[in-house]
Design a binder for this molecule. Sequence first.
Ligand code: 5AD
Ligand code: SF4
Length: 441
Amino acid sequence: MADAPKKLHIKTYGCQMNVYDSERMAEAMGGEGYVLTDDVAEADMVLLNTCHIREKAAEKVYSDLGRLRPFKEAKPDLKIGVAGCVAQAEGEEIQRRMPLVDLVVGSQNYHRLPAMVKAVDAGEKPVDTEFPAEDKFDHLPQRPVSARPTAFLTVQEGCDKFCAFCVVPYTRGSEISRPVSKVLSEAQKLVDKGVREITLLGQNVNGYHGEGPDGDWGLGRLVRELARIEGLERIRYTTSHPNDMDDDLIAAHGEEPKLMPYLHLPVQSGSDRILKAMNRKHSAEAYIRLIEKIRAARPDMMLSGDFIVGFPGETDQDFEDTLALIREVRYGAAFSFKYSARPGTPAADRPPVEAAIADQRLQALQALVTEQQRAAQLAMVGREVSVLFEKPGRLPGQWVGKSDYLQAVHVAGEGIGPGSLRRVRITASAPNSLAGELTAG
Ligand code: 5AD
Ligand code: SF4
C-alpha cells in the first residue's frame, strides 16, 4: 500500500505577497508528497508565513507558536517552520525564543524548503535567511492547475525607498524586478489554465524596471504587453509609491481597457512636515497633483490609500492636514494604522505620540474614510459595471464577483460560473458589498 500523503498546514499573515509566496511554498512541498490541509490537528507540518510590518503582526506569530505546543507534544514528529518577514528579520532568535520551531526560512529561500525539511528529518534545526544569488522563482516548481479565475503574479520584490517607519527594505531587501520574458510566460501559463484576471505584485510594483528584449521596461509597457494576451481580461497591480507613477503608466490607465480603474497609492500622511520626517520624498501637494493627473487620464479611477497616525512628532495640525488631504482626494477605500515602532528603522528611537491621542486620531480618520467608502458604494447604485465572478454566494443561485473597482458584487442569474465576466447593473449597496442584476447585453 502506498504511504498516505503527508499534510501541510500553512498560515499566511500580512500582504498579498505572502499569499503568493505561500502558494509557491505549497507547490514546493507538493513535490515532496505534501498536500494542504486547513486543519492543524491533522498536519504533519505547519508553516507560518509571517509579517513583520507592525509589532502586533510580529507578536501574533509568537502567540500562535505557543498555541502549537500541545500539537507538538501530541505528535513529536510534527514539523514547525517559520517563513516570511519575521523569519527574515529575527532568524535564529525565533528558535531561541521558541525551541519547538524546527526550521526558519527567509523570504528569498523558499526553493530551499524541501532540502531544509530533509535536514529536519536528519535531526538538524536549519535556519536560512541569506539573500541568495540565484532567483528563487527559477527553482520553484511549475504552478499547478488553478481553479480560480484570478491570480497574483509577483513581478518585483524589495524596496529601496527607506521610509523612516518601515521594515520592508530590511526584510525584503533591495528592489529587484523579474525579467519581462519570465513575467509574460508565467502570465500566459496562468491564462492557459483559465485565469482571467492577474494582479501584478511588488512592494514597489510601479518601480518595476525589468529586463526586456530592448533594455529595461517600466510597468506601463509591461501592462500593455500583458494586455495582448488573449483570454486575459483584467490587469491590476499593487502596491505603488507616488514617486514611481510615471507618465507612461498613467497614460496606460487611459488607453488600456484591460487595466482596471482601481489604484492603491499610499500617501501615509497629508502633512509636509511629517512626510519629510517619514522620508517619503514628496509633498502632500505633489500627491494631490498626481491624483489629478491620474484622474485626467482615467476619470472614474477609484483610489485607495494607506495612512499612519501617531508618527513621532505628529501634532494636531499635522493630523488635520491628513484629514484635509483625505477630503480632497475622496478615497474608495483606505487602510489606516497606528504608528508602531519597528526595531532597526530610523524612526524607532524618536519620542512617540501619546497612545491615547494616536487612538483618537485613528478613530477620527477611520470615521472619515468609512463615510467616503459608503458614499463611493452608494454612488454605484444604478450604474452598470463588469463583474468577474469567482465563487457561489451564500444564497441559492447567487454568485459573488468583483467589479472593475474591486468591489464585491452579489448577483443571482442564469449561466454564471467561476470566471464568467458579465455586465451587471448595481441595484443596492452595503458598506462592504454591492448587489446587482445581469443586464440584457
Ligand atoms: N507602523 C504602522 N504602520 C506601518 N506601515 C508600515 N510600517 C508601519 C509601521 N511601522 C503601514 C504603511 C504601509 C502599510 C503596508 O503598512 O501604511 O503602507
Ligand atoms: Fe516601506 Fe516605504 Fe518601501 Fe513602502 S515605499 S515598502 S512604506 S519603505
